[in-house]
Design a binder for this molecule. Sequence first.
Ligand SMILES: [Zn+2]
Length: 333
Amino acid sequence: HWEQRIYGKKNPMKRRVQHYGFRFNYETNTTDLEPYKGGVIPEIFQPMINRMLELGIISKQPDQLTINEYMPGQGILSHVDTHSAFEDEIVSVSLGSDCGMEFCLFSEQKKKIGVYLPRCSALVLTGESRYAWKHGITKKNFDHVICKPQDTTKEAGIEHKLFPETILCKRERRISLTFRRVRKQKECNCAWPGPCDVQVQPKHKKAGAAKQITENLVNILNENSERSEELGRKLEREHVVEFYETAAAHFSRTRHSPWPNISRFLTVRKPGDNENNEFHDYDGIDEDMLIGDIGCGNGKYLRCIPSSVTAIGTDISNNLLVQSRELGTHNHD
Ligand SMILES: [Zn+2]
């Protein structure tokens, strides 16, 4: 049942994976809601799940299992499991090899915290650790592990301070079993809007999203199929249209001064203008012109046009058009 996912031409994911219950889509980072043809979670895992339920480390029966094979030197990019795709309570069981995992807060990604996952252990992510912390595995063959020392030791009545001891642990073939519950409704009311894909907060989304957009665009350019066009429209809707719709009022307040070159372009031509050094042949409009501003935003350039000239503005963002209407159409009279 192993499938080798290859996505992105430069960084193909070399890990082998298996999916049960629902299949994970590495392009959108969500689960396909269609139950996966590979079947539900195999019976063989049920005793393990029962034990987790008995121990109270999870409260609900998982319905999705992803099995990852990590060969030495393989890893997984730091990520937060998509909020809209999975519920709280994510369990990752390590088999075959110990492994170091790195955690960092989504809001403070430079500060990394290492967590050592011994073989035959279960890592449980709930609440803040599930929603607000990124986790990943660095591609290496060895992990430096700090063995927690006893702070002091007594020898013949003399107290010695012990230094933390670092050991190198060689990675072997590791199998991880990730148990999750797929969200049937794509909603999330978590307290961490920053990493949340449901609670759209342009302010928080911007930084991480920019990188994602670039990656997606590169993929689109690499593909050049009908699907890429569809993906392009989806990207535009998600990152351009929704951004302006949500941020229209703020955006509008910060975009009120017209650029001088454009306001000169929009002034009514008068005889003698061409003697002015700053005035080019293409500058200026005539009173009998009909001006169209396609993508007029909050209408700041429509307001440069005197009311004696007819101008029509359109924009994909309805909220920006509302701003435009509220701000009025003419500055001049
Ligand atoms: Zn959330």
